[in-house]
Ligand binder design. Structure first.
Ligand SMILES: Cc1ncc(COP(=O)(O)O)c(C=O)c1O
Length: 466
């Protein structure tokens, strides 16, 4: 075999994991799109960097760098820089008490591990829980609700078809106000319970708020889901990228607090601010045995996080430069205020432009999922046969230099389907009929023009010409 081996072929050989990760994906495509010059970017991006928040954070970073230099070093404690862990535990406990009235008492030495971004942390988490167990020969799987987070499918080692079990949620439509919502109901919970009974299932992964639709699973349903998984010994990963304590981009009238249980690992990120231009995240869990093993995962992969970024962030946290509140207007810091005003204005522009400029919207052919958290609006669209949200993505990019994210980016995985009646939505059409708009254009005018381009293109498909 060795003699007949083609060197060129051999150079291109990857493991299944490498094969999956080295393919083009929506993530790679969109990351290229976002940096194209002169596009209306409704795809995504780092919000604080678009506002004067950027400058404020930078100065605070430079100050703390000058003051903290010498205290941080390259090979620090595995779980994180102790002053950062202490500041984060304090901040988390205070926020939790304010939100729930209950005590959390996170111990900085036991319950928190700092990771270099949620995405990287998540990769190691799902690698540690899902995939082949050589001892038993069983391939452990992960369950999750669909639609789901755009980056997640590629993180499963044996490819999404094999290790990710998808549960398609039902869509609740309200034609009166042109909105829809994904809402896990009793059927979804039963489907989830059945899926959790599959012996190979070893984890549940769920973003909260419900990325990508921006709505929030109620506290009550989340608790039920966590309990179901706990009863069966399935680890429950709560990706709280947009929830509190930071950035806490959650609307006044909704609750969004993680559920702490023996089977839960909560993931957070500070990358949304981009302190020091860095990606920085946390794993939080009260299960000390699990955390001990995860600490070793971090050590064994030489994966612990730059201490300098923790030093900056700790200072920003202590000086209350980061968000401190849940939309409490009188207590907003300057950054908090700028960031939220920017997002709220842009979300309003998306919704207003649809309302005023889109004939298909007025005819209920476009429905929006009103965000309760996060900085995007997830849309559902009725398009003529043969036209999908991918066509819309391509035409908008090529003809109007406007970037959106098509639904396929969020719809993936092998459906769990022992009883087709409980499945909520045909997965093939769900991706084709949905897309997401992010509220990240710099000015109101650019934001409006971007959405107007989307409206015109959809109306054009529907035979409406201006
Ligand atoms: C649900 C979810 N998790 C994680 C992330 C990424 O976090 P990080 O930048 O820390 O990798 C995102 C980014 O938008 C997200 O939407």
């Amino acid at each position: 075999m060795a003699t007949s081996m083609n060197p060129e072929e051999r150079l291109n050989r990857f493991s299944t994991f490498g094969e999956v990760l080295s393919q083009e994906s929506w993530t790679t495509r969109l990351l290229d799109d976002f940096v194209m010059s002169d596009v209306y970017n409704l795809g995504g991006g780092q919000v604080p960097r678009l506002t004067k928040v950027d400058e404020l954070i930078k100065w605070a970073e430079i100050r703390s760098l000058l003051e903290e230099t010498g205290k941080v070093h390259a090979y620090g404690k595995i779980r994180g820089w102790p002053p950062y862990l202490e500041a984060y535990a304090r901040r988390y406990n205070e926020w939790y008490r304010k939100e729930t009235g209950g005590n959390l008492e996170l111990d900085p030495k036991k319950h928190i591990i700092v990771v270099p971004s949620l995405s990287a942390g998540n990769l190691f988490l799902v690698q540690s829980f899902c995939g082949l167990d050589e001892k038993s020969g069983v391939k452990y799987k992960c369950v999750g609700l669909i639609p789901n987070y755009v980056g997640i499918e590629r993180q499963f080692p044996s490819g999404p078809e094999k290790t990710f079990i998808a549960i398609y949620q039902k869509m609740k439509i309200n034609e009166n106000n042109g909105t829809f919502k994904f809402e896990p109901d009793q059927d979804t919970l039963e489907t989830l319970e059945n899926a959790l009974n599959i012996p190979e299932v070893n984890a549940y992964y769920g973003p909260r708020p419900n990325n990508p639709d921006g709505s929030i699973i109620s506290q009550e349903v989340l608790e039920k889901m966590v309990k179901l998984a706990e009863k069966k010994g399935v680890k429950f990963i709560q990706d709280c990228a947009y929830a509190g304590p930071d950035p806490n981009y959650v609307y006044d009238d909704v609750k969004c607090v993680p559920v702490f249980s023996d089977n839960s690992i909560i993931e957070h990120t500070h990358s949304k601010y981009g302190e020091a231009g860095d990606r920085l995240g946390e794993w939080v869990s009260k299960n000390e045995k699990l955390m001990k093993r995860l600490e070793r995962v971090v050590a064994n992969t030489i994966f612990h996080t730059q201490q300098s970024s923790q030093a900056y962030t700790q200072r920003l946290m202590e000086q209350q430069v980061l968000f401190t509140t849940l939309m409490e207007k009188d207590a907003l810091t300057e950054i908090d205020k700028t960031y939220r005003e920017f997002l709220k204005r842009n979300i309003r522009t998306i919704l207003d432009t649809f309302r005023k400029e889109c004939v298909s919207y007025k005819e209920n052919k476009v429905l929006v999922c009103k965000p309760q958290g996060a900085f995007y609006v997830f849309c559902h669209v009725d398009l003529p046969e043969g036209i999908t949200s991918q066509t819309l993505y391509r035409d908008l990019k090529n003809k109007k230099r406007t970037i959106i994210v098509p639904g396929d980016a969020f719809v993936f995985g092998k459906p769990y389907n022992p009883n087709p009646e409980v499945l909520g939505y045909d997965p093939l059409t769900l991706g084709a009929k949905t897309f997401r708009l992010s509220a990240v254009e710099r000015t109101e005018e650019r934001m409006r023009q971007g959405v107007l381009n989307v409206c015109e293109q959809i109306d054009h498909y529907n035979g409406i010409h201006r």
